[in-house]
Design a protein around this ligand. Structure first.
Ligand SMILES: NC(=O)c1ccc[n+]([C@@H]2O[C@H](COP(=O)([O-])OP(=O)(O)OC[C@H]3O[C@@H](n4cnc5c(N)ncnc54)[C@H](OP(=O)(O)O)[C@@H]3O)[C@@H](O)[C@H]2O)c1
Length: 361
């Protein structure tokens, strides 16, 4: 069995490790063969937040010299190839959180016709949304044709949906404009889609790097677009809510300073510029708030029920994936070797925003 591992203290550094053959299953376990997964800046953020949000804990690396190495979770599909549980038979197909590896041994609990959770003890304290697996063969109308878009976009666009939900639920924080930083990212584009479909939403400005300006303008989903170098062109007299996918403290500091009292709220979502500055004296901390999608999903599931949440978010996910077809080009990588070739470029931000990277095992 092979695993893709990265250094926790230098995550552009990676290695493929042959961790030996699979052990026999014990009662209550299944083994899945990972079929495919998506890869984007979101996965690199898992590494950046690996210690703070326990992302390293999902899939501990195997091997005798694993100290200092970690495994990045990825969203993808897998097939059950061995099973000790009658309710989850060989041939079942799963959508969820997997390691970039050939196989995973799991302990299904709370098994229903459509889903189960991995009850492995090392995952017990981790957010429940990440432990949930969808049994897709039981979904009406399921077709493998939609797998690539689903694994690449749904985990990002469900965040976009939640961000729209938070903004509208807080009456846009009194803002008359929403500024989205790292506007070329898929999560940002999903949010722009949600806001453009809401007639009550304020106008939306996308901020991106100069090299991605043409791409973001071409989407036609932002009311206005500007580059990081041109932030002062934004009218500071307009009350503004910022949604930040960049985590670039220098950019945030400059924007907060430029807007002053009109910086009504800053929702900190992502860290695409993970190697950028981490703090800046101009950041208005008291009106900034960290956003964690699994937390918001859990809150809404409590209020709306799981079916209610799926119903409300599901239509948006399909619509946003359909819109993304207009620009997203799937880049298919062959196996974990293919991932090894692209990983450093993903870390460095050298992947063009119109690329949808998928790894096929
Ligand atoms: N808090 C949450 O719950 C949550 C949930 C989902 C996603 N997120 C976060 O949202 C962010 C976006 O994820 P995504 O998968 O949608 O991104 P993506 O589509 O892969 O975004 C690519 C874009 O990110 C920027 N970028 C990526 N790497 C960079 C680098 N090393 N240096 C500078 N810019 C870089 C560039 O945009 P620009 O030129 O436009 O800056 C690039 O076009 C991630 O940080 C992700 O973790 C957070």
């Amino acid at each position: 069995m092979t695993e893709f591992q990265i250094r926790k203290d230098n995550f552009a550094q990676h290695r493929l490790v042959d961790v030996g053959s699979d052990q026999n299953l014990t009662p209550g376990e299944i083994r899945v063969k990972i079929d495919r997964f998506g890869y984007s800046a979101n996965n690199i953020t898992y590494a950046v937040m690996g210690d703070r949000l326990a992302y390293w804990q999902f899939f501990p690396p195997h091997g005798s010299d694993a100290e200092g190495w970690g495994i990045l979770p990825v969203w993808g599909f897998a097939d059950v190839v061995d099973s000790n549980i009658a309710d989850v038979p060989v041939g079942d197909r799963l959508f969820g959180y997997f390691p970039p590896a050939d196989h995973l041994t799991m302990e299904p609990v709370h098994v229903t016709e459509r889903s189960f959770s991995d009850g492995a003890s090392h995952r017990a304290e981790l957010p429940s949304g990440y432990n949930l697996y969808r049994r897709v063969n039981a979904e009406p109308g399921y077709s493998r044709d939609g797998d690539n878009e689903r694994m690449l976009l749904f985990p990002l666009h469900v965040t976009s949906f939640c961000l729209w939900d938070v903004l509208q639920d807080n009456e846009w924080y009194g803002a008359e404009r929403v500024v989205i930083l790292s506007a070329s990212s898929k999560t940002s584009i999903g949010l722009a889609y949600a806001l453009e479909d809401d007639e009550n939403a304020p106008p939306v400005v996308g901020v991106t790097s100069s090299r991605n300006l043409g791409f973001v303008e071409g989407l036609g989903s932002y009311d206005d677009v500007c580059s990081y170098d041109d932030l002062t062109s934004l009218d500071p007299s307009i009350p503004t809510a910022i949604v930040d996918m960049s985590g670039n403290a220098e950019v945030l500091g400059a924007l907060h300073k430029h807007l002053g009292d009109n910086m009504r709220k800053c929702v900190n979502v992502g860290l695409t510029h993970w190697d950028g500055a981490r703090s800046d004296e101009n950041i208005i901390a008291e009106r900034s708030e960290f956003f964690f999608a699994p937390g918001h999903i859990a809150k809404r599931i409590k209020e709306w029920g799981p079916a209610g949440f799926d119903h409300k978010s599901g239509a948006f996910l399909i619509q946003a994936a359909t819109k993304s077809r207009a620009w997203m080009k799937l880049q298919r990588l062959d196996g974990l070797d293919g991932l090894a070739h692209v990983h450093a470029d993903m870390c460095a931000g050298n992947i063009a925003p119109d690329q949808g990277v998928i790894v096929e095992l």
